[in-house]
Write a protein that binds this ligand. Structure first.
Ligand code: ADP
Ligand code: SF4
Ligand code: MG
Length: 261
């Protein structure tokens, strides 16, 4: 395996979209592991929602690898940890249980070239840092836009990474078309000791392909948007400038943000 990466970022910011498209763009074997209870990372790769590990374990404790790992578009294999029933149990614990089962069933034995964890990021509690803490992933990328809440979450995620002495490979700017967006995100990356590794424009092709349960790569392979996802995964695979971030404290963050708006 060449790289094991984890993608963090505020809920709804575009993690799963980015993960599925870069996985589809990468031609070598890729293992995509959705760790969000929303369990929608792999839908556009497999063409439908797949049963989650936690649901499958509940119904069938003796399940096999074939029950939880599915083939997806362009040499991907896909799985979703899923979550506890809403309102009951700890989601972070669920990810640990799911990961242990994947290990036990030999899901990593095929030695994929790339492993991608689609994580979460609103909460950087012990549970959600599992892929990083347990050394499942060695490199983190944070998806953010130029919006306040998204950068705020990114800064908090950087705090979590710093605590764990984890490595940040860069910031992915998924544009929401706010003012000065690229400047703010690039200044943010600088401030925390990282860099912007990719800028993804907002594009209607994302919704159009999502509607068909496909990635942009599959449905619009010749588009500019597809080209951008291709470049992003190439840049990630070549990236060897990976550092522990130094996030801002709250006052610094406020001062930073308001100097740009
Ligand atoms: P997350 O996994 O971070 O919760 P998603 O990847 O599910 O976020 O994205 C949330 C919504 O935003 C989705 O409906 C998706 O279609 C849309 N979206 C994400 N990235 C883009 C983009 N670059 N252009 C247009 N829409 C996008
Ligand atoms: Fe578990 Fe953390 Fe979620 Fe609480 S916030 S349920 S500890 S994962
Ligand atoms: Mg998601």
């Amino acid at each position: 395996t060449l790289k094991k990466i984890a993608i963090y970022g505020k809920g709804g910011i575009g993690k799963s979209t980015t993960v599925s498209n870069i996985a589809a763009a990468y031609d070598n074997s890729t293992f995509v592991i959705g760790c969000d209870p929303k369990a929608d990372t792999t839908r556009t790769l497999v063409g439908k929602r797949i049963p989650t590990i936690l649901d499958t374990m509940r119904d069938n404790p003796g399940c096999s690898k074939e029950d939880i790992v599915y083939d997806g578009y362009n040499n991907t294999i896909c799985t979703e940890s899923g979550g506890p029933e809403p309102g009951v149990g700890c989601a972070g614990r669920g990810v640990i249980v799911a990961m242990q089962l994947l290990d036990k069933l030999g899901a990593f034995d095929s030695d994929p070239d790339l492993v991608i964890y689609d994580v979460l990021g609103d909460v950087v509690c012990g549970g959600f840092s599992v892929p990083l803490r347990e050394d499942y992933a060695d490199e983190v990328y944070i998806v953010t836009s130029g919006e306040y809440m998204s950068l705020y979450a990114a800064n908090n995620i950087a705090k979590g990474i710093q605590k764990l002495e984890g490595k940040l490979g860069g910031i992915i700017c998924n544009c929401r078309n706010v003012e000065n967006e690229e400047e703010v995100v690039s200044a943010f990356a600088d401030k925390i000791g990282s860099k912007v590794i990719g800028i993804i424009p907002r594009s209607k092709l994302v919704q159009d392909s999502e509607y068909k349960a496909t990635t942009v790569i599959e449905s619009f392979p010749e588009s500019q948007q597809a080209e951008i996802y291709h470049k992003l995964i190439d840049d990630i695979m070549m990236n060897d400038d990976i550092r522990t971030p130094h996030p801002m404290d709250i006052d610094e963050f406020e001062e930073f943000f308001y100097s740009y708006v």
